[in-house]
Write a protein that binds this ligand. Structure first.
Ligand SMILES: Cc1cc2nc3c(=O)[nH]c(=O)nc-3n(C[C@H](O)[C@H](O)[C@H](O)COP(=O)(O)OP(=O)(O)OC[C@H]3O[C@@H](n4cnc5c(N)ncnc54)[C@H](O)[C@@H]3O)c2cc1C
Length: 282
């Protein structure tokens, strides 16, 4: 579909992820005409950007998809990536929105009383725009990654699928948030070789704290500051003070690096700190 230069949409939603679909659900409820414009395919991040063994870190009771909430079990289990995608696809089929895929909004501005959305297909016009382009879907590759030797295979977690795609030899996982820890544990179970996890200030949320789900505490408390329960599995810790040392160490012990860093979360110095701080051997 190409934009009709004379048509003015009451609402255009940018992004066909869960939030874009939820916006569409509520607009439909109110009978407001709209279209979703998605730069890849609908539900792209959940369909294509998770590894095979991925599990949500939020328990089922937190998954509140409007319209199909009663179909989702209300318990403390964690859905796999495939399960949550199945529910999101059901949600999309139920909402049945008008959408346009493979169309990136390159520029958004207001001209007189209308919003103009520039795409590679032409310009769309709208009275209102909902921006639902996500926060966590920007892979971040720190500049220092370029300094690693060409013989070291590098992959970002958004492109990582399973350990079969890795080369024989040690593995360094960069980024100690929930994704980094999930991937490190999976790789560790798959190999006899060393698996390293490089930690910045980002910490994974504990699965259980004081007998209660970690996400419950995160929901209830502000300034969440508890040491992760994952760390007892760390058997040896050595501090790496400079990039140089890390680079030397990496090329001598690891044949590959899995980067598990998201641009939306990391700012300034933090962007390189995952490489700089503690280097833990699982
Ligand atoms: C590894 C990982 C694990 C996660 N685990 C959990 C979890 O356990 N529980 C949880 O609640 N959340 C989790 N999240 C957060 C998750 O991203 C959000 O819950 C949810 O997907 C956000 O939905 P969204 O629609 O805002 O964004 P997204 O799902 O990111 O969708 C945004 C869409 O916008 C599109 N888009 C971007 N720019 C443009 C543009 N210029 N033009 C057109 N389209 C554009 C993208 O292609 C994408 O399809 C996780 C995220 C990651 C990365």
């Amino acid at each position: 579909m190409r934009p009709n230069e004379t048509e003015v949409y009451p609402v255009i939603i940018i992004g066909g992820g869960p939030c874009g679909l939820a916006a569409s659900y509520y607009l439909k409820e109110k009978g407001i005409k709209h279209i979703i414009i998605e730069k890849n395919e609908m539900l792209q991040t959940w369909k294509n950007e998770r590894w095979d063994s991925f599990h949500l870190i939020s328990p089922n009771w937190m998954t509140n998809i409007p319209g199909i909430k009663s179909r989702i079990p209300y318990n403390n289990e964690y859905m796999s990536g495939k399960e949550i995608y199945k529910y999101l696809k059901e949600f999309m089929d139920m909402v049945d929105p008008d959408y346009l895929e493979n169309t990136s909004i390159n520029k958004l501005y207001k001209a007189e009383s209308l919003y103009k959305l520039e795409t590679d297909q032409g310009i769309f016009h709208a009275q209102k725009v909902i921006v639902a382009i996500g926060l966590f879907n920007q892979p971040f590759i720190p500049p220092v990654a370029e300094e690693l030797g060409k013989d070291i295979y590098q992959v970002h977690s958004s492109q990582y699928k399973n350990p079969n795609q890795l080369k024989p030899g040690g593995t360094l996982i960069v980024g100690g948030g929930c994704s980094g820890v999930q991937i490190a544990l999976e790789v560790k179970q798959h190999t006899e070789n060393a698996v390293y996890l490089s930690l910045g200030s980002m910490r994974p949320i504990p699965v259980i704290y004081r007998n209660v789900n970690g996400m419950y505490w995160l929901n209830r408390l502000s300034g969440f500051q508890v040491e992760s329960l994952y760390y007892p599995i760390v058997t040896r810790i050595c501090a790496i003070k400079t990039f140089k040392m890390l680079l030397v160490k990496t090329s001598s012990v690891a044949s590959q690096v899995v980067l598990s860093l998201q641009g939306g979360l990391l700012k300034g110095k933090e962007q390189n700190s995952c490489f700089q701080t503690v280097f833990a051997m699982l």
